[in-house]
Design a protein around this ligand. Structure first.
Ligand SMILES: *[C@@H]1O[C@H](CO)[C@@H](O)[C@H](O)[C@H]1NC(C)=O
Ligand SMILES: *[C@@H]1O[C@H](CO)[C@@H](O)[C@H](O)[C@H]1NC(C)=O
Length: 202
């Protein structure tokens, strides 16, 4: 059965090419072709309401002064700032992101697959990346404003191996919802390896 429907909230992983999407007010609205015959709905989402709804949202202001190496403040990347907006769907183990960086400099640099992450780390402490997001790219050629937006669905892979397994292995977004302040979002620069900007979830 192929339907064309206007749905509140749609996820990029469904493969819709529709645009633009806007998650800034907590809802995504876009036209999408949904082929129900292909069982596009995630196995853990039993109905549309489960999939097309965020179970929680996070809006994080990331700054250089929150960056630490272990527990020592590094000052991050002076002059940079970031907005990390997340919509979490714990039914589908999915996280949608809209990340904007201002005045990022240097190259994205991290041992992980990308340099833009959610880490499991309390305020003022360090910890492993659990999710690696695509690095923000210059908006309309403007190096001073960079953005990446979309959705990721577990299983998550960070590319960082600790204790013989990927630090994303076994991670579920419900773990963020269970204790948000145990997590932070950041991005790493070649000019500020421990982090350029960082913000704590709450
Ligand atoms: C991301 O958020 C910004 C506001 O911070 C908004 O202007 C932009 O449209 C959003 N992008 C997407 C793809 O939702
Ligand atoms: C963090 O600090 C340690 C000890 O000073 C140092 O060896 C290490 O290179 C630093 N890490 C980064 C990413 O700068």
């Amino acid at each position: 059965m192929k339907t064309t429907t206007l749905l509140p909230l749609a996820a990029a992983f469904l493969g819709s090419s529709a645009s633009p999407i806007d998650v800034s007010n907590g809802r995504i609205t876009l036209q999408l072709d949904l082929d129900l015959g292909q069982n596009a709905i995630g196995a853990q989402a039993n109905n549309f309401g489960d999939l097309f709804t965020f179970t929680s949202m996070q809006a994080i202001h990331a700054t250089p002064d929150q960056v630490v190496n272990e527990t020592t403040p590094t000052g991050g990347l002076d002059g940079a700032s970031g907005t990390f907006n997340f919509g979490i769907n714990s039914h589908a183990n999915m996280i949608c992101y809209n990340i904007t960086l201002h005045n990022f400099q240097g190259e994205f640099d991290s041992p992980a697959n990308t340099a833009t992450h959610i880490h499991e780390a309390a305020l003022g402490a360090s910890g492993p990346p659990r999710i690696a997001f695509p690095n923000p790219e210059p908006v309309e050629g403007n190096e001073a404003v960079r953005n990446s937006a979309g959705c990721l669905k577990g299983p998550f892979v960070t590319g960082v191996v600790m204790e013989e397994k990927d630090t994303g292995e076994g991670f579920h977004v419900s773990m963020i919802e269970a204790n948000p302040s145990a997590f932070m979002a950041d991005t790493h620069s070649s000019l500020a390896l421990p982090g350029a900007v960082r913000g704590q979830l709450a």
